[in-house]
Ligand binder design. Sequence first.
Ligand code: BES
Ligand code: MN
Ligand code: ZN
Length: 469
Amino acid sequence: MPIETTASVVAEVPAQAELLAVPYTPDLDPALTDDLPVPVAALFAHYEAKGEAGEIIEIPVVRGEGVGRVLLYGVGDGSPRALRKAAAALSRKARGRERLTVVIPGFEGADEVFAEAALLAAYTFKIGAPGKKPVRALEFAAADPQAVRRGEIVAQAVALARDLANMPASVKNPVWLAERATEQGVPVTVWDEEALASGGFGGLIAVGQGSANPPRLIQLSYDPPGATRHIVLVGKGITFDSGGLSLKPTDNMKTQKTDMAGGAVVIAVIGALAKLGAPIRVTGLVAAAENMPSGTAQRPSDVIRPYGGRTVEVLNTDAEGRLVLADALAYADDQLDPDAVVDIATLTGAISVALGRNVGAVYATDDTLAKELVSAGQTSDDRLWRMPLIDDYAPALESSIADLANVEVGSRFGAGSITAALFLREFAGKRPWAHLDIAGVGRSTVDEGTLTKGATGFGVRVLLEWLTR
Ligand code: BES
Ligand code: MN
Ligand code: ZN
């Protein structure tokens, strides 16, 4: 479900706004609060408020025959981070209400991040109708309509990525995912299992062969006239990761419908680029398969050939993401001639040990690319930390019978997220390449701020920021 809350702009604060949010800043226009029963400063002192982001004081006011409310809200240091927190808190406070009118504080860039975060906090994914409904309408007074519109496009793209990842795998399989890709307003090419086999995509075939739902490679092409740069985005699209014959324990398996979160980000980003009319050529590749155990499943010890023909000994069928990504990365390098390739994947549990649930990992073979992504992450609030490609660990992936092994046997080197990145690097070619490991940040365990429980859509904001600014 897309975010159902609407966002609009009004020229000035409506006199009878029933629920009105006013920022508590020193330069607050007194006219906005002249119907409060007590002066604002006294109210703040009374409630011992500090003006921090997320803080809200709710005050009843007379509205014609009835009662309205003014929400005095803190804005902290006025940074985008603080404003997002304030906006999310207001949006949550207005749950169950018809309309929230917001006066946005006058900080640089505030209108966009405010709209984005308030809408994101109104995101829900429900099969059924439990709990309070998000606020139906957000109305921003005297805001820049273009900034609000961009905030809305970004938030809806994050919502799409969340929706795709939250969808149960009983509905969501590679074919279903390919259908969703065709709804983004750009040309889409899909390889079915036969085309994959004859095209030499041995990773997707091997991972998908245990499932009744066949694999797909999905290509989305956003190619606006006059674009000079060409970027390829590659997303891991495992619609369910049971581990395959290297079966996961129940507790680890039950979150694995979101193992296509990277692919969902790629689909949502391309859709948003088209809506924004961004002047850059971007090709999306989603490597989609369902990793299941069965009589036709690949076995630990099988040797496969990802795109390009090198051989890989599959020693653990649960390290499947790198096998399908190998196909897509090698294909991009061989056929698409991009200026840079960025892949995004819920690749390793190890990265959540290293970086936790709030910061994603970026690996890169190019310093400029790494810096750009880290900086875009800072601005967009999808924060990234650069991780090293430690060459000393490359022998972890040596196989005695094939060109490469898909996992380290034993734990001489460890560093599971790094060795996974080293494996991918083998297939990325010589172009600037970055890899985002979002296994830690792809799901949230809390319903808080701009996050809702379940899929986060992490990656949409940083990639859109990077590609459009
Ligand atoms: N999809 C998982 C990684 C994952 C784990 C994502 C937890 C989200 C939450 C991936 O396919 C996987 O199983 N990785 C293995 C690699 C190992 C077998 C080398 C892992 O992390 O345990
Ligand atoms: Mn796995
Ligand atoms: Zn996986």
